[in-house]
Unconditional design. Structure first.
Ligand SMILES: Nc1ncnc2c1ncn2[C@@H]1O[C@H](COP(=O)(O)OP(=O)(O)OP(=O)(O)O)[C@@H](O)[C@H]1O
Length: 301
């Protein structure tokens, strides 16, 4: 749910190509001018990776919050949990016991508090998976630069540190499990659409992340991008390409379209996402379709 603040330099391994450089340059410009940035796009296009990389450039502690249905203001701001009992026993006169008990509720601080007070970079990943009521708290944080605190006695708000920076990521509204974000919140963010990266970038990511060579990475991207072109260019995702390359590399499976083990691996990874493109086909028919593309028996239109 909520991770510990992380040192920014822990987010290494980011592959930077012209495709990502443009997004990074624009985002840094907006963040440094004091505006929150919001990356929206399909699953697996690299939104979280970009956010983490940008956070690493800002040289401040990073707090990652992952949105989900159950996330509440209790998690973000804090809540009371359990009791602490303090007992003082006065046994000065040995036959007389005087006992004083103090029972206090424990306050568990939410992670947003530290980030707001100390000026962290917050990555609020998949924020539209949290309920809009939960996200309301960001309205005053982004506009009035204060974090309202409920249920903690006199202190009713915390002033936002001038260095506080926040990056949001989300999938488009039509994705399963997301809530429609209130316009008032979107109005406070600069939204950047992140689409699928170009083939050269994908080949580079696969090569650097898994250790396969250029030709092998090219072969995987060839197949995945042909299949992707039948859908909305979003699925199978970059994760599928990385999975195929990583398993093949680790298990010494030759990345050759005629190899039976490679074929099986591609079918196992790709059948589910390709079935999403062609829900009317049976699993067997989808496998047949992928195999045709794999062994290049059928030309790509
Ligand atoms: N520039 C990059 N350099 C290295 N790896 C990358 C890069 N972009 C994406 N990846 C890898 O691609 C995969 C998907 O990326 P990521 O998780 O950032 O996507 P996402 O858009 O946030 O997905 P989701 O919407 O499902 O959360 C991950 O394994 C990630 O490490």
């Amino acid at each position: 749910m909520l991770n510990q603040p992380r040192k920014a330099n822990e987010t290494g391994g980011f592959v930077k190509t012209a495709f990502f450089e443009d997004i990074i340059k624009r985002s840094l410009r907006y963040l440094k001018a004091g505006y929150p940035v919001h990356f929206v796009g399909p699953s697996g296009v690299g939104k979280t990776s970009i956010a983490q990389y940008i956070a690493s450039l800002l040289n401040k502690p990073v707090t990652i919050i992952r949105g989900h249905h159950e996330l509440s203001n209790h998690d973000l701001i804090g809540h009371y949990s359990g009791f602490t009992k303090k007992e003082v026993i006065d046994n000065y006169i040995h036959s007389v016991y005087k006992t004083e008990q103090e029972v206090k509720q424990n306050w568990v601080q939410g992670q947003l508090i530290e980030a707001v007070k100390k000026g962290h970079v917050v990555i609020y990943d998949e924020f539209s998976r949290s309920r809009p009521e939960t996200n309301n708290i960001f309205l005053s944080l982004l506009e009035e630069k204060v974090l309202p605190i409920y249920g903690k006695g006199k202190e009713s708000f915390i002033k936002c540190h001038p260095d506080f920076t926040i990056i949001f990521t989300s999938n488009p509204d039509e994705y399963a499990g997301t809530f429609h974000t209130q316009d008032a919140l979107l109005d406070r963010l600069i939204t950047i659409d992140v689409d699928y990266c170009d083939k050269e970038t994908e080949i580079e990511i696969i090569r650097q992340k898994t250790g396969v060579n250029q030709l092998q990475a090219k072969e995987i991207v060839r197949l995945v991008s042909i299949l992707r072109s039948y859908g909305k260019e979003t699925c199978p995702s970059l994760r599928a390409s990385i999975m195929i390359a990583s398993v093949a590399k680790k298990m010494n499976i030759p990345i050759i379209s005629e190899d039976k083990h490679y074929q099986r691996l591609c079918l196992d990874v790709l059948t589910r996402p390709v079935n999403q493109i062609f829900p009317e086909l049976s699993r067997g028919e989808v496998e047949e379709f992928i195999l045709k593309k794999l062994v290049r028996k059928e030309k790509h239109p």
